[in-house]
Write a new protein. Structure first.
Length: 102
């Protein structure tokens, strides 16, 4: 499995607007094209939004990337309006965590 860790520094005072945009527009597109978001976190002291999305393999990453861009363009969604800085790190899973017990 391949993953992307995405770290966005959000413009000061715009976190609420960014989170609304992400939830109502970006996540919807991800769901529509079958691109899983593994999790999302806010680091408020640093004004950071950190999220992870997963791919089966490199071919899946390329196909889902193209599908995402096409969906965003078709919907007229503007990305990055609240983002001051964006870091994207492609990573591979080193090992799976042990299963949690109930």
């Amino acid at each position: 499995m391949l993953s992307q860790i995405r770290i966005y520094t959000i413009n000061k005072g715009e976190m609420h607007a960014f989170l609304k945009h992400f939830k109502e527009e970006v996540m919807v597109v991800h769901e529509r094209i079958g691109l899983p978001i593994a999790g999302a976190w806010v680091n408020r002291p640093q004004n950071e939004f950190i999220w992870v999305r997963n791919y089966k393999d490199q071919a899946d990453r390329e196909a889902k990337g193209k599908a995402f861009q096409a969906e965003i363009a078709a919907a007229g969604i503007k990305l990055g309006a609240n983002v001051a800085k964006m870091e994207v790190r492609d990573v591979e899973m080193a090992f799976a965590p042990p299963a949690t017990r109930s």
